[in-house]
Design a protein around this ligand. Structure first.
Ligand code: SAH
Length: 238
């Protein structure tokens, strides 16, 4: 799967994603991350990519032309016409649909995804109207730029791509699967500061372990995320 990111800070994206699991997936060629510097597409001799907002107000707005040219550059590389299908262009914005595991699953089915990261006060609306297919937010708060949000989405999507995690099973029984949070996990030693690992996990009795884990998942979801629990009951009764 190929991620293309239009950004003013490509090194932030590359540094962030080339570590740990996503980094290993990049090395193995299971995912590719291509951060494109919008500033490289400025036609201004000083490399400016932003200007004052029409109508006044605080801050600066990213101009339409450099963003559009950076987008065209990526589209040429993707070879959109080969499959006849244009890749989705995801604008990271606090005004978007709030990202969740379901959206991560949906996006993981794409072959190419283009992310657009804003900065300052945002981006000239006209280029957004022209190229953006999905507006996505990572939560109801405002950040300084779309780079961290794009990394959040790319990380969550990547780990659903077959081969990125050690075993495909590990992504299947996690939090949000069936709208339940995951059960508590334990590893060696059996006793830590007088606290023992629950007996059932040492029993080797798979049916009992499964039942215990489900019970804990339910307890935990009811307690920590009553909203998710409501959703879970609703889904089951369908
Ligand atoms: N003035 C804008 C916010 C600009 S924040 C408004 O009020 O809507 C600058 C950039 O950071 C945005 O263009 C967006 O790309 C990114 N950003 C900020 N908060 C975000 C969030 N919660 N989710 C996704 N992207 C966000």
């Amino acid at each position: 799967m190929n991620f293309h990111i239009l950004t003013l800070f490509p090194e932030m994206i590359m540094n962030g994603l080339s570590t740990s699991i996503t980094g290993r997936a990049m090395d193995k060629g299971i995912i590719s991350v291509n951060a494109v510097n919008i500033r490289g597409f400025s036609q201004d001799k000083h490399g400016h990519v932003d200007d004052y907002p029409y109508g006044g107000g605080a801050g600066m707005v990213m101009q339409a032309a450099p963003v559009y040219r950076a987008y065209e550059h990526v589209m040429e590389n993707v070879g959109a016409s080969d499959s006849g299908k244009s890749p989705r262009v995801v604008y990271m914005t606090p005004q978007g649909k709030v990202f969740d595991q379901k959206m991560a699953q949906e996006l993981s089915k794409e072959e190419d995804l283009i992310f657009l990261c804003g900065h300052y006060e945002g981006i000239d609306e006209r280029v957004l109207e022209m190229i953006v297919t999905d507006n996505v937010s990572i939560g109801d708060y405002v950040l300084t730029g779309g780079e961290l949000p794009a990394m959040v989405v790319i990380d969550a999507v990547s780990r659903l791509v077959p081969g990125v995690l050690g075993s495909d099973i590990s992504a299947e029984f996690e939090s949000f699967h069936d709208d339940l949070l995951e059960y508590p996990q334990y590893t060696r030693p059996e006793e830590f500061m007088g606290m023992k690992v629950p007996e059932v996990l040492l029993s080797g009795h798979h049916k009992n372990i499964e039942a215990w884990r489900l019970k804990k998942s339910i307890e935990r979801t009811k307690e920590r995320r009553p909203d998710l629990w409501e959703k879970s009951i609703h889904n089951e009764s369908k």
